[in-house]
Write a protein that binds this ligand. Structure first.
Ligand code: SAH
Length: 671
C-alpha cells in the first residue's frame, strides 16, 4: 500500500502530493518523536518513580490489591516502575501501534509479562469487565499525557473518561495534581512575534514610516500555543510586571471536567509598564502532600530548574489581545479561558471588571490575515530593524527612477520599502500568500501582459517562502529567477545577487539528547526503543538535516564556520548539481555532535544578511544565532571526543551535494 504525503517542492515553492511507503508516517513520527527526550529526562523519571512507589505503598498499606491503569504507556516505563514497586497488575494503554508493539517487547525483555498487559487502544475505547480489556477498574491511575501547555495533548478528556469508566472512586493518581502558573511581563522582543511594529525607512528625501493597518494592530492573532525554551531568554529581554501567580490546578485523583471554563485571579503589578505577555508554565505534584514536585519554572523563578533540560516540556508565551499600560499597585484581573485543549488570557482593570460581568472571550482568531501569512518568527524577522536597514541600503543602491522591479518572496515588505524609496514600477509575483492569484502570478506562468509588456530591470527577494523548512529551501528564489529569465532585461540587477551555504561543527549543550540512545532508564532496559528510533532514522532521514531554532539550543563551535557552496542568482540554475568535498579542522576540545548549516544572502557586493551564526561570543566558542530563523542540524551517528588541538589535530571530512533537480541538499560526514 502507498500513502500520499503533502510536501513543499523547493524547486517550485508549491505543495505537492508525494507517494510514500505506507510506513513513512510511522517512521517520521518515531524518528522525530520526543520519546528519547523523555527517557533522558532524569528529573521526570525519578519523580514519577518516587510517586508511583508511594502510591503503590499507600494502596498496599490499606490492604488492597494495587491495580494500575497507565494511560499512554509509550515504552511501558511507568507500568514497569509500578510492577517493580509491587503493583499486583498493570493495564498499559497505548494508542500508537508501533509504540504498543515496542512496549510489548520491552515489558517482555524486562521480565514483567505476567504483571503488565499492553493494550493497543485509545483509552476511551478500553472496556472493563470479565470479557473486557480490563478485568476490573484500577485503583491507581498513572499518566504522562502533558504537553508544554499541559492540556494540549488531550489530558483533560482522557482523565474525564477514565474517572467515569476505568478507575475506582477515590483512586490514587500519579501525578496527583498539576498547577499552572503565570507571570505578567512587558517584552518588546516577545511582543514583536505577534504585532508588526512601525518600520522606519531612511530614504534620500528623509525618514518615512510604514505603519500596519489598525485592523492588524487590534488583531488577537492565532490560537496555537507559543512554546519556547524560556531559559534561553535573557532577563534583559523582558520586564517582570507581576509576581508569579497560581492560575489554576487540576486534581487528577478526582473526577475531571474537560468542558470549557475560565479561572480568574487578582493581580497587583509590582512595576508600572506595558502589559503585553503572559508567561506560563506548570508543575506536577507526584503525591498528595506535594513533596515530590516536578516543575517547569524558568531560571529566575527557580534557579535550579534550568539544570534539568527537556524539550518535551517547555514554557508558554501568551500574547494579550492588546497591550495595556498598567500601574504599580493597581488592581487587575487576569482571566485564563480554556477549552478542552488550549488556554488563552485576558487582562482587565478592576473598574471595568465590575461593569462587565463574565463576557465570554473566544479563543484568539486572526481577523487581519497577517497572522495566517506570517508565523511568529517571521513577525520577529520583519520587525528586525537592523535587517530592514540592510535591505533599504541595498535597495537604494540598485533602484533607479526608471527601474521596473519584480519581487519574489512570500508576505514581503520589500515592495513597500521600495515604494517608499521612490520605485515607480513594482510588480509582485505572489507565490502562496494569496492562493487565488497563484495560477496567474506564479513566476513560471508570468506573462508579458502581467508586466504590461515591460522588461524587469531589478528582480528582488528576501528571499523568504512560507513553505521552506530547511535554510536552502529559500533557494526557490533561484528557480523563480530562472523561470522569469525571458522577462528580464539583459543587464538586470538581481537582489540578492548570490547566496552562500555555511557549515560548522558543534557541540550541543543539550540538544544532542533528542537523538541519542538511552540504553537503560531507571534500571529498565529500553534498548528496543533506541533500536526502533534508529531503524526509523535509517528509513529515510539518516542523510538529512533537520531544522532547529538554535537560539533556543546553546552550542559551542568546534570548528571555524566554513563557506561550502555558493549560488549565483545572476545566472540561472545550472542543469548539473553543485557539490563540494573537503575537510574542516576541529579547533576546540569537545564532543562533535553534529554540523550546523545555514544560508547567507549577499544582497549586493558589500551588503549581506545571515540567517545563521551571528557571532562566536567568547574563547569557549559559544555561538549566537539569528533569533528569527531555524538552522539546519545534521546529527552525526557517532560522537567523537577531540582532545586539545595541539596534541590531536582532528578533522571532519564532508561531502555536500545540492541536487538542482530536487532543490535538496544531501550530505555526508566522516569523523
Ligand atoms: N508513559 C510514557 C510515554 C508518555 S508519551 C513515559 O512516560 O515515558 C504519551 C503517550 O501516550 C504517547 O505514546 C501517546 O501515543 C499516548 N496517548 C496519549 N493519549 C492517549 C490515550 N487517550 N489513550 C492511549 N494512549 C494515549
Amino acid at each position: 500500500m502507498k500513502t500520499f504525503c503533502g510536501r513543499a517542492n523547493p524547486t517550485t515553492g508549491a505543495m505537492e502530493w508525494v507517494e510514500e511507503d505506507e510506513n513513512y508516517d510511522y517512521h517520521q513520527e518515531i524518528a522525530r518523536s520526543r520519546y528519547a527526550d523523555m527517557l533522558h529526562d532524569k528529573d521526570r523519571n525519578t519523580k514519577y518513580y518516587q510517586g508511583i512507589r508511594a502510591a503503590v505503598s499507600r494502596v498496599k498499606g490499606r490492604g488492597e490489591k494495587a491495580i494500575v491503569l497507565d494511560i499512554g504507556t509509550g515504552t511501558g516505563l511507568l507500568s514497569m516502575m509500578a510492577a517493580a514497586a509491587g503493583a499486583d497488575f498493570c493495564y498499559a494503554i497505548e494508542v500508537f501501534k508501533p509504540m504498543a508493539n515496542a512496549a510489548v517487547k520491552i515489558v517482555e525483555k524486562n521480565g514483567f509479562c505476567d504483571k503488565i498487559k499492553v493494550i493497543n487502544k485509545h483509552s476511551t475505547e478500553v472496556t472493563v469487565g470479565p470479557d473486557g480489556d480490563m478485568q476490573c477498574r484500577a485503583n491507581i491511575l498513572v499518566t504522562e499525557l502533558f504537553d508544554t501547555e499541559l492540556i494540549g495533548e488531550g489530558a483533560l478528556p482522557t482523565y474525564e473518561h477514565a474517572h467515569k469508566y476505568l478507575v475506582q472512586e477515590g483512586c490514587e493518581a500519579v501525578p496527583h495534581r498539576a498547577t499552572v502558573y503565570v507571570q505578567l511581563v512587558e517584552s518588546k522582543r516577545m511582543w514583536s512575534w505577534n504585532k508588526l511594529f512601525p518600520v522606519h525607512v531612511e530614504a534620500e528625501d528623509g525618514e518615512k514610516m510604514i505603519v500596519s493597518p489598525s485592523e492588524m494592530e487590534k488583531c488577537p492573532g492565532v490560537p496555537s500555543v507559543c512554546d519556547i525554551q524560556l531559559n534561553q531568554m535573557p532577563s534583559s529581554d523582558f520586564t517582570i510586571l507581576s509576581d508569579v501567580v497560581t492560575m489554576f490546578s487540576v486534581d487528577f485523583s478526582k473526577p475531571v471536567r474537560s468542558a470549557s471554563t475560565c479561572y480568574r485571579v487578582q493581580l497587583e503589578p509590582v512595576k508600572s509598564g506595558k502589559a503585553q505577555i503572559v508567561l506560563s508554565w506548570w508543575d506536577i505534584d507526584m503525591d498528595p502532600s506535594g513533596t515530590i514536585n516536578c516543575t517547569m519554572a524558568p531560571y529566575w523563578v527557580k534557579s535550579t530548574s534550568a539544570l534539568q533540560w527537556r524539550d518535551h516540556w517547555m514554557q508558554c508565551v501568551y500574547f494579550l489581545p492588546n497591550e495595556e499600560p498598567v500601574l504599580q499597585g493597581e488592581q487587575l484581573y487576569l482571566t485564563a479561558w480554556r477549552d478542552e485543549y488550549s488556554v488563552w488570557y485576558q487582562l482587565q482593570k478592576a473598574r471595568e471588571e465590575e461593569n462587565k460581568a463574565d463576557v465570554r472571550v473566544e479563543s484568539p482568531v486572526c481577523r487581519c490575515q497577517a497572522h495566517l501569512l506570517w508565523n511568529r518568527p517571521r513577525f520577529g524577522q520583519l520587525n528586525d530593524q537592523n535587517r530592514t536597514c540592510q535591505y533599504v541600503k541595498s535597495l537604494m543602491k540598485v533602484l533607479k527612477a526608471d527601474s521596473v522591479c519584480l519581487c519574489v518572496s512570500d508576505g514581503s515588505l520589500l515592495p513597500v520599502l521600495a515604494h517608499h524609496l521612490g520605485a515607480k514600477q513594482f510588480f509582485k509575483a505572489n507565490n502562496l500568500e494569496d492562493k487565488i492569484k497563484i495560477i496567474e502570478a506564479r513566476p513560471e506562468l508570468l506573462t508579458s501582459s502581467h508586466l504590461e509588456d515591460k522588461k524587469i530591470s531589478v528582480l528582488v527577494g528576501e528571499p523568504f517562502f512560507t513553505t521552506s523548512l530547511l535554510p536552502w529551501h529559500n533557494l526557490y528564489f533561484w528557480y523563480a529567477r530562472t523561470a522569469v529569465t525571458h522577462h528580464l532585461t539583459s543587464n538586470v540587477t538581481v537582489l540578492p545577487q548570490s547566496a552562500s551555504l555555511h557549515m560548522m561543527i558543534v557541540e550541543f549543550q543539550d540538544l544532542w539528547r533528542i537523538r541519542s540512545p538511552c540504553g537503560t532508564c531507571e534500571g529498565f532496559d529500553v534498548q528496543t526503543m533506541d533500536d526502533m528510533i534508529q531503524n526509523s532514522l535509517n528509513f529515510r532521514e539518516s542523510k538529512e538535516a533537520e531544522p532547529h531554532p538554535l537560539w533556543e539550543y546553546p552550542c559551542k563551535s568546534l570548528s571555524d564556520p566554513q563557506e561550502v557552496l555558493t549560488f549565483d542568482f545572476r545566472e540561472t540554475v545550472p542543469p548539473h548539481g553543485l557539490s563540494t568535498e573537503g575537510s574542516v579542522n576541529l579547533l576546540r576540545k569537545g564532543r562533535s555532535h553534529g554540523a550546523v548549516l545555514w544560508m547567507d544572502y549577499h544582497l549586493t557586493a558589500d551588503i549581506s544578511v545571515s540567517t545563521g551564526l551571528t557571532q562566536i561570543s567568547n574563547e569557549k566558542g559559544n555561538c549566537e544565532w539569528n533569533p528569527h530563523c531555524k538552522q539546519a542540524v545534521y546529527f552525526f551517528s557517532s560522537v567523537i571526543e577531540s582532545q586539545t588541538p595541539s596534541e590531536f589535530p582532528t578533522a571532519v571530512k564532508y561531502a555536500i551535494n545540492f541536487d538542482t533537480k530536487t532543490g535538496e541538499i544531501a550530505m555526508d560526514f566522516k569523523l
